[in-house]
Write a new protein. Structure first.
Length: 281
DNA sequence: CTCCAGGCGTTCC
DNA sequence: GGAACGCATGGA
């Protein structure tokens, strides 16, 4: 029955901190499990921990590790070069990188990222996780020891009254509309079309504003290099940078710069590690 | 009781 | 084009 952790591997990851990644607010399908974290994405499930720079992986297969999880953790990107570029900008960015040196920009499944960030608006992380979990358990395919994220077709087939039982509140019709859009192939070109085009496309959906669109395009669309400055909407980031910098200096790592800053403003009062993640849920 | 949580759509000027 | 305002829900 429980076969999703049958394959174990240790990987040496440069500038990689599992706990910082999970605390950086990018994904809503993870939970602590002892010294490990169980992460779900798409139909996959993995159990991960870290000792020094070694990432301990327990996943369903070697194929899943290399074809799904490594891309998920943005394994192909040169973070060393990115950090060197961003560190030169100013002392604030340098401090942010020092604090959140192991943060990565995840590359999550497209449909699930759109749906979870629509749910996230004006809510809290524990509550978001609760709604997403219920969504998977009710409507996602039974994988034996967990449930996959529901398909667009499945969600699109649900009535508004049924969806409303998830207690997502006023976001319920937004979820329905996004699922229908995805089921009709509306998201098929995300990651392939230019950033501005993708942004316009997704912001045409009800309940998708600049914030949800930005998170979606960055965490699922693979638009890190093209990430423009209009997404520096986080108030605390603007506290540091609004109107004070030529934003082109962040290019081509603006998306990563935002995540460093996002982590920094949440941990500026003290370094956090696995303990903080464990006590979150 | 009020206030807030990784916002957004609508309305009004 | 920008500034108020309401909004479902649940926890502090």
């Amino acid at each position: 029955m429980n076969n999703s952790f049958k394959y174990k591997a240790s990987l040496d990851m440069e500038a990689f901190d599992l706990w910082q990644i999970l605390l950086s607010g990018q994904c809503f399908r993870s939970a602590p499990d002892g010294d490990y974290a169980i992460i779900e994405a798409g139909s996959h499930r993995g159990r991960f921990s870290q000792e020094g720079s070694t990432l301990l992986c327990e996943v369903e297969s070697d194929e899943a590790l290399h074809n799904f999880w490594l891309p998920y953790f943005d394994g192909g990107r040169d973070y060393k070069t990115a950090r060197e570029h961003l560190s030169k900008i100013d002392s604030t960015m340098e401090a942010a990188i020092k604090t959140g040196h192991g943060v990565r920009v995840l590359r999550q499944p497209v449909f699930e990222t759109l749906i979870t960030f629509i749910i996230s608006q004006r809510s809290s992380i524990p509550r978001i996780k609760g709604v997403v979990k219920a969504l998977c358990e009710r409507y996602g395919e039974d994988m034996g020891d967990h449930h996959a994220f529901p398909t667009p077709e499945r969600l699109a087939s649900l009535g508004l009254d049924e969806l409303a039982t998830l207690k997502a509140g006023y976001r319920t019709p937004y979820l329905h509309a996004a699922a229908q859009f995805a089921a009709e192939g509306g998201l098929d070109l995300i990651g392939k079309m230019p950033y501005e085009e993708a942004k316009e496309l997704v912001m045409g959906l009800k309940g998708v504003g600049i914030k949800v669109a930005s998170c979606f395009l960055l965490f699922a669309g693979g638009y890190m290099e093209a990430f423009p400055i209009d997404v520096w909407i986080e108030k605390a980031i603007n506290r540091f940078y609004a109107g004070k910098l030529d934003h082109t200096v962040f290019s081509p790592y603006a998306g990563l710069a935002q995540q460093y800053m996002f982590y920094y403003i949440r941990h500026i009062d003290g370094a956090k590690g696995p303990e903080e993640y464990m006590k979150r849920i």
